[in-house]
Design a protein. Structure first.
Ligand SMILES: Cc1ncc(COP(=O)(O)O)c(C=O)c1O
Length: 396
């Protein structure tokens, strides 16, 4: 019998120190806004993860903790089962989050003023991290083809690498917020340009498990030995298993010299050991939850399809960019012709929603809003009904 998982169940997450549900006033929002902003799902983590945490808590010892080779192999085996590429377990470094890992990699591998390129619109902490660690942020805009699909302009990409002396490129794969799952061909173009100009690729693959019909996720490092040596891959159980609060993520550094540099930097920042709860949860997540992940991805895709249908039928003035991956639909409100402030007013005060405004993702984000579809369908439906009522209320 097929296992049943209840993703429809609505939980009250208030009172759990949740950034999404417990910090309205502190972040300038009102309690009656429905939060669909941060990439945190409203689904309970799978039972094996909860059980592993209970068992670890029950043992009552919380001393200094280190991951073993076998624990790293669990990560590698998971990546192989889901994405067909098994990194050498010895190449895996555990760090508290992808952002922390990206920071450690930048600090360990680059020097002050080095050019670091990103493609905007993109996950906004990338720009902050690059600037905050004193590197030079180089922005290349994604462009849209005749079908509205976001693509990379390789001529602009290469020209900027040369003119801005770029040394590192942060690849968001799958891409948050535009939902692209880069094809092998696209990844090869990126990889070849980076190799030709000695640009190290930082491949953030945190959303890899959320890929939908017609698209296949390809780990960048799987494409060739040369790419592998020239990149650092970042991944984490935090998105798929909704466990960002357990503070465990992976940097996979294939080149030994680079790996030693990242490990040394992590040690300087006191990040050489692992959180005992995070480690226990990670092991259970990656080894015992495949059926749950399949069901989750299928449920979220159902939400995305539902949302696309709702907007097409009831609010056609809004354009949802069809996501090939991630659970973060990117919706263009541009045809409403509202200023940034008026759009903000529409979302917060009329729709009573807390979303991520597009402009914070940088170039090309103006006029967009990013939703989070990883919630029970009823909650998503409520959010869309609120959006509909708000749009209807706009004076002609
Ligand atoms: C592309 C991307 N990278 C990294 C993160 C953050 O991961 P972490 O919480 O492990 O730093 C997110 C979260 O939304 C993300 O979308």
């Amino acid at each position: 019998m097929e296992k049943y998982f209840d993703f429809d169940r609505v939980y009250d997450r208030r009172g759990t120190n949740s950034i999404k549900w417990d910090f309205f006033a502190e972040r300038g929002h009102s309690e009656d806004e429905l939060p669909l902003w941060v990439a945190d799902m409203d689904f309970r983590s799978p039972e094996p993860v909860i059980r592993a945490l209970e068992e670890t808590a029950g043992a009552g010892f919380f001393g200094y903790t280190l991951a073993k080779y076998e624990d790293k192999k669990i990560v590698s085996d998971y990546l192989f089962r889901r994405h067909g590429f098994a990194p050498d377990p010895g190449d895996i470094i555990f760090l508290p989050s992808v952002c922390a890992a990206l920071t450690m990699a930048l600090l360990g591998l680059s020097k002050e003023g080095d050019g670091v390129m990103i493609h905007q619109p993109v996950y906004y902490p990338f720009a902050n991290i690059v600037r905050d660690v004193g590197r030079k942020l180089v922005i290349d805009p994604l462009v849209r083809d005749e079908n509205g699909r976001y693509i990379i302009d390789y001529v602009s990409f290469e020209n900027k690498i040369v003119s801005e002396q770029v040394k590192f490129y942060i690849l968001c794969s799958p891409h948050n917020p535009v939902g692209r799952v880069w094809t092998k061909d696209e990844l090869r173009k990126i990889g070849d340009i980076c190799l030709a100009h000695k640009v190290t690729v930082f491949a953030d693959e945190i959303h890899a498990d959320f890929v939908y019909e017609g698209s296949v996720f390809t780990p960048f490092a799987s494409l060739s030995e040369d790419y592998r040596e020239n990149c650092v891959t970042f991944t984490s159980p935090s998105k798929t298993f909704n466990m960002a609060g357990l503070q465990i993520a992976e940097a996979i550094v294939h080149d030994e010299k680079k790996r030693r540099a990242v490990l040394k930097t992590a040690a300087v920042y006191g990040l050489s050991e692992q959180p005992i709860m995070g480690l226990a949860a990670m092991k259970a997540a990656y080894s015992e939850c495949d059926a749950w992940v399949d069901a989750l991805v299928s449920y979220v895709y159902g939400n995305i399809t539902f949302m696309e249908g709702f907007l097409k039928e009831k609010i056609p003035v809004l354009e949802m960019v069809h996501p090939e991956g991630t659970y973060l639909p990117w919706v263009d409100f541009g045809k409403l012709g509202l200023s940034r402030d008026k759009l903000e007013d529409l979302i917060r005060n009329r729709a009573k929603l807390w979303l991520d405004a597009g402009y914070i993702f940088g170039h090309g984000g103006e006029g967009f809003q990013r939703f989070n579809a990883a919630c029970p369908r009823e909650v998503l439906k409520q959010a869309l009904e609120r959006t509909l009522q708000a749009v209807i209320s706009i004076p002609c």
